[in-house]
Write a protein that binds this ligand. Structure first.
Ligand SMILES: Nc1nc2c(ncn2[C@@H]2O[C@H](COP(=O)(O)OP(=O)(O)O)[C@@H](O)[C@H]2O)c(=O)[nH]1
Ligand SMILES: [Mg+2]
Length: 440
């Protein structure tokens, strides 16, 4: 990322043409830019003013509303301004060109406004991720997850745990500072153990969430599995309502995993069509089958598909999987509890399967009201933190020295600090902010 002292500008609204375009500016030159670009001069703070916008040669850019928001109480914490223009590309280009005429002023990189907000302490890292997620949210569930993260609810929980760890640390310091006092260890060890134990329980509980936060954010994974020619690719195409996978009567046609992204039951769902499970014909098919099994194992839901005119055997299916018999147009299959009967050729029975998938997925999503962990980064931090807490408890149990225990507690606390970005690891910051769109 470039120098924070530059003044940055960007189109903050969607691509042109649109009714209105919002151009955003942030940085030390905002006052100077507004004083010149707003024809009537620098407006009063936080007041929207209507007027003409002009470039350095006093040529009209457009007319519209403008707001000047002085730092530090602005989105980025710096002086910022927003121009509401007509949303045509010539207007937007002219406005951005005119602003970039000013010294040390340039177009913003993706996420740079939010990065500055983070650097100026306006949001922490978890909240910044919430902002990005809110913009990317396609489902209500994703939206409420993002809002919960953006308003600091998650950060508050992590902060609370961190405080507890610091509390444990303080108790340990007592026994480090007064090692000779007879009763010191007994008096302090037990409260430390209690604090650490309650944190351990809280971490384990948060981690045992079936990854529901990640699934809501990234999508639930469904795998269609079964023998060759059962109609797996046909089913995928039916669910996707397009020809995503190749259908043929040649067994072994599907060799790699074909995935489509759909919205079912108010959730994002990835449905994977896989190679038919059989003795492989060649090395490529064998690899396809290996991938099929791997995908099935990792999936949140498996659809076991069989053809009615073949040997129907669901012995591989596990509890919670969906058992489906296809090609009912070719051969009638007797109704059976827990088995969906359909024909991807005629479409019979498909609606029932779809609504069953919807029910399962939304039940999974609604298992917890507000899952804590929404991405791998959080999970890894929490797991590492838990590791150190357990290490500390183990040491305490074996009568280990307070210094050693304290070191693990410190490492556990550090993980939570880096999670919210208090201790900035540059690569983490880069990874988080580069996923943003320009203008945010
Ligand atoms: N009669 C009938 N044929 C089907 C049905 N579904 C798939 N097929 C046919 O079965 C063959 C294998 O289908 P495909 O989707 O490629 O199966 P996959 O190997 O499991 O992916 C193709 O010739 C399809 O046209 C169905 O419901 N009824
Ligand atoms: Mg196939």
């Amino acid at each position: 990322m470039a120098d924070a002292r530059d003044t940055i500008c960007a189109l903050a609204s969607g691509p042109p043409p649109s009714a209105i375009a919002i151009v955003r500016i942030s940085g030390p030159r905002v006052r100077e830019i507004c004083a010149s670009v707003f024809e009537a001069g620098l407006p009063a703070p936080r007041r929207s003013v209507f007027g003409r916008f002009v470039d350095v040669s006093r040529e009209t850019i457009d007319e519209g509303l403008g707001i000047f928001m002085p730092g530090p109480k602005s989105y980025t914490g710096e002086d910022t301004a927003e121009l509401y223009l007509h949303g045509g590309s010539a207007v937007i280009d002219h406005a951005l060109d005119a602003i970039c005429e000013f010294p040390d002023t340039r177009l913003a990189e993706p996420g740079e406004f939010t990065r500055r907000a983070f650097e100026n302490g306006r949001v922490d890292l978890v909240e910044a991720e919430g902002i990005a997620d809110l913009i990317d949210a396609e489902t209500r569930a994703q939206k409420s997850l993002a809002l919960n993260q953006l308003d600091g609810a998650l950060s508050a929980q992590y902060a609370k745990w961190r405080e507890k760890l610091v509390e444990a640390l303080a108790l340990l310091e007592v026994s480090i500072d007064f090692p000779d006092e007879e009763d010191a260890p007994d008096e302090t060890t037990s409260p430390v153990t209690n604090v650490l134990d309650s944190i351990r329980h809280a971490f384990i509980e948060a981690l045992q969430d079936d990854e529901v936060g990640e699934r809501i954010r990234e999508g639930f994974r469904i795998a269609i599995v079964g023998p060759p020619n059962a109609g797996k690719s046909s089913l995928l195409n039916r669910l996707a309502r397009r020809e995503a996978a190749i259908v043929s009567d040649i067994p072994g046609t599907t060799r790699d995993v074909v995935e489509v992204r759909l919205k079912i039951g108010g959730q994002i769902v990835w449905i994977a069509d896989t190679a038919g499970l059989r003795e492989a014909g060649d090395a490529i098919e064998a690899e396809g089958i290996r991938r099929a099994r791997e995908r099935a194992e990792a999936a949140d839901l498996r659809i076991h598909l069989r053809a009615a005119d073949e040997n129907v055997d669901f012995s591989e299916a596990g509890a919670g999987d969906l058992n489906v018999v296809n090609k009912s147009d070719r051969k009638a299959y007797p109704a059976e509890e827990g088995v969906f009967i359909l024909s991807t050729l005629t479409g019979d029975g498909l609606a029932d399967l779809e609504s069953a998938i919807a029910d399962i997925v939304s039940a999974k999503a609604n298992r917890t009201i507000a899952p804590l962990i929404t991405r791998k980064r959080h999970r890894l931090s929490l797991q590492t933190s838990l590791f150190h807490v357990e290490q500390a408890l183990d040491l305490l149990g074996r009568g280990g020295g307070a210094e050693l225990v304290a070191e693990d507690v410190r490492l556990a606390a550090r993980q939570l600090s880096s999670l919210v970005g208090e201790i900035g690891v540059e690569e983490v910051l880069g990874a988080v902010f580069s996923s943003f769109c320009i203008g945010k």
